[in-house]
Design a protein around this ligand. Structure first.
Ligand SMILES: CC(C)(COP(=O)(O)OP(=O)(O)OC[C@H]1O[C@@H](n2cnc3c(N)ncnc32)[C@H](O)[C@@H]1OP(=O)(O)O)[C@@H](O)C(=O)NCCC(=O)NCCS
Length: 174
């Protein structure tokens, strides 16, 4: 999907291995309070870890990662995985929402979410959920615009350098 003159949103592909690792590490390094995954832990992971992550997001009915690409470079990503029990497969979690600062303000986050929603709807998923630090105003704006509603607050959801962060829990029926 072409969302503006040069940015394309598409499912991640096997050829994205190096770009995916670089983009994910940048997200974790620059926004430690926005993700539960840890930069240092991920930086130390072997190539096999990234290969496995990529493989499980390709040709799966359980999860997918969409990327935003501009002039051959990855500028954003968003993942989604659904429950794996017959009792939870109607529900999916959004993860790893990230757009490079050079591309903020273009609604790429919203477009990446829409791609995930379309995929999920096709899989029979009926509700998508996510967690977002209560002080992450840009992300909250993005999720609200996509229709997400706050259904609660998780106290001390993550702890970064001794600082605790609460997270809003948000959901959207798709
Ligand atoms: C959250 C994020 C994906 C939103 O991406 P985006 O495509 O820029 O989103 P939007 O264009 O819809 O803009 C959302 C908000 O970001 C803020 N924003 C937009 N452009 C900005 C810029 N150049 N500089 C700073 N903030 C900006 C604004 O608050 C905007 O809301 P508004 O348009 O109502 O004022 C992006 O900010 C990001 O990657 N942040 C760091 C990682 C992160 O926090 N991820 C979410 C984890 S839950």
């Amino acid at each position: 999907v072409n969302v503006n003159k040069s940015v394309n949103i598409r499912p991640i592909a096997a050829s994205d291995l190096a770009g995916f690792r670089e983009l994910r590490l940048k997200a974790l390094q620059e926004h430690p309070a926005a993700f539960s995954s840890d930069y240092a832990v991920n930086l130390a992971q072997p190539q096999e870890y990234w290969q496995n992550r990529l493989n499980s997001a390709i040709n799966s009915s359980q999860q997918i990662i969409f990327v935003a690409e501009d002039a051959g470079a990855l500028v954003g990503m968003t993942g989604i995985f659904r429950g794996d029990s017959p009792k939870t497969e109607h529900s999916a979690m959004i993860f790893g929402v990230y757009v490079r600062p050079s591309h903020w303000g273009l609604r790429l986050g919203e477009n990446l979410l829409q791609a995930c929603h379309d995929w999920a709807r096709n899989q029979g998923v009926r509700i998508v959920k996510l967690g977002v630090a209560v002080d992450n105003a840009p992300a909250i704006r993005c999720y609200q615009r996509a229709g997400y509603l706050n259904y609660g607050t998780e106290p001390k959801a993550i702890c970064v350098n001794g600082l605790d962060y609460d997270e809003y829990l948000m959901a959207l029926e798709i």
